[in-house]
Design a protein around this ligand. Structure first.
Ligand code: GDP
Ligand code: IMO
Ligand code: MG
Length: 435
């Protein structure tokens, strides 16, 4: 019996996690974000109504579900309140069904200023961050100077640590980056004002989840970003600053690994990436235009055009292992409709050593020297958008899907054939208990 599911991205983010969390959270009791911040952009489309969530879990359309932000989510109170109010304007009220971990770290204006200053400074080798202050906020946490949400209960303590951090960051902003400094007084008063609006939401997430798991409550853990943006397992240094792969669930919520019932890895049937860094199967031909425009590949957070490419099974296999996936969810099949041929990377070739290899390059330099080796499949002309039954898919689509399953040795449990909630094929019917 599956009581809880981890839903995480296994590419460079934007795999369609939001749609799948929304789909599977209807009968859940809780949906928990365990890492990242408002760098995420998760899109829900239900009956043509579109909602993009950055911080709040993707279960908001189901009124009986409680949303939780775990201890390793980094939170800008300003961004959180903006999102709560934006939802309110759409008649979605989350104030009474949102819980914030007492130990989550906060993002302040100085994190955002430093993030932007660094990106400007290193323009040639920049990461291409979302400029939301994510990296600096996680640095503070590791350096043990982060301000946690529960520090705000004690105003004079908060004042003291805020002052110290503002001095630290203003020194860098002014002397190293030659940028504008931030005002400590302004941050203090704004933060207290914001805190008063959300302090009733703060709770002990770890205790709550552990006792709910004993009661067999239904829980979804919602990943942000994707495993290739994981600080440890991704394409470092072109990554985000948290563990977006499976380990992040335990460290980011305070539950143990034995409690996880099922891990669903989400990947598109092709690849995209926003920001800089290695992307072996990247396209720049007419197929890039096809993916961009038919797949609407523009960032949900920054609006940037996403880079596009073929599906890379070398990478996928590694991410399947790292996350010990129970099943795969493949999305955006409909975007492949009409392509003459579909390529899928099954091996790499090293331009320097002239060797073929089956694994992920282990250092930054090697990424530059690899060329993908492709297997080519015939495309199909039929429309797959909205198909809900595997048997109804075109023959060539089935061939491509069966190959992915055989190559990766993991069962394809869900297939998404359109952005709407119900445009989905359930292959593993156990997952239907969640809808
Ligand atoms: P997330 O960050 O993983 O939640 O993904 P995003 O929301 O950033 O990007 C995924 C985009 O693809 C969104 O615009 C979704 O509405 C859309 N989408 C999800 N699944 C499908 C699908 O099967 N077909 C199509 N055409 N669009 C999809
Ligand atoms: P979701 O949850 C795609 C990328 C940025 C940049 C790198 C570091 O919607 O899948 P950061 O601001 O985190 O320091 O940027 O990570 N990035 C994402 N790309 N989807 C996301 O989230 C992302 N969150 C961060 O573009 O390359
Ligand atoms: Mg996204």
């Amino acid at each position: 019996m599956i009581n809880n599911i981890v839903i995480l991205g296994i590419q460079w983010g934007d795999e369609g996690k939001g749609k799948i969390v929304d789909l599977l959270s209807k009968k859940s009791d809780f949906v928990v974000r365990y890492q990242g911040g408002n760098n995420a952009g998760h899109t829900l489309l239900v009956k043509k109504k579109k909602i993009i969530l950055h911080l709040i879990p993707s279960c908001v359309l189901h009124k009986n579900v409680t949303a939780i932000l775990g201890n390793n989510v980094v939170v800008s109170l300003k961004a959180l309140l903006k999102e709560i109010n934006h939802l309110k304007e759409r008649n979605i009220f989350v104030q009474k069904r949102l819980i914030l971990s007492n130990s989550l770290s906060l993002i302040f204006k100085y994190h955002i200023s430093i993030d932007q200053a660094r990106e400007d400074e290193n323009r040639k080798s920049s990461i291409g961050t979302t400029n939301k202050g994510i990296g600096p906020a996680y640095e503070d946490k590791i350096a043990r100077r982060a301000i946690r949400i529960s520090d705000l209960y004690n105003k004079s303590y908060f004042k003291k640590i805020l002052k110290k951090n503002v001095e630290y960051y203003n020194f860098q902003l002014l002397n190293f980056y030659h940028k504008k400094v931030v005002s400590y007084k302004k941050i203090f008063s704004e933060t207290i004002f914001q805190f008063n609006q959300i302090k009733h939401m703060i709770g002990d997430v770890s205790s709550l989840l552990n006792s709910e798991m004993k009661n067999k409550s239904k829980i979804i853990f919602e990943g942000a970003q994707g495993s290739l943006l994981d600080i440890d397992h991704g394409t470092y240094p072109y990554v985000s600053s948290s563990n977006s792969s499976i380990g992040g669930v335990c460290t980011g919520t305070g539950i143990g690994i034995k409690n996880i019932d099922y891990v669903l890895g989400v990947s598109k049937f092709y690849s995209t990436r926003v920001g800089n860094g290695p992307f072996p199967t990247e396209l720049s031909d007419k197929n890039n235009d096809h993916f961009s425009f038919i797949g609407k590949e523009f960032g949900a957070t920054t609006g940037r055009k996403r880079r596009t490419g073929w599906l890379d099974l070398v990478i996928l296999k590694r991410m399947i292992n790292i996350n010990s996936l129970s099943g795969l969810c493949l999305t955006k099949l409909d975007v492949l409709d009409g392509l003459k041929e579909i390529k899928v990377c099954i091996q790499y070739f090293n331009k320097i050593t002239h060797q073929k290899f089956d694994n992920y390059p282990l250092n930054k330099q090697d990424w530059k020297n690899i060329i993908p080796i492709y297997k080519i499949f015939k495309g199909w002309k039929e429309k797959t958008r909205g198909i809900k039954n595997f048997d109804q898919l075109p023959k060539n689509a089935k061939r491509y899907i069966n190959f992915i399953q055989k190559f990766t040795h993991v069962s394809i449990d869900l297939i998404s054939t359109g952005p709407e909630r119900d445009e989905t094929i359930f292959i593993n019917h156990n997952l239907k208990n969640f809808i």
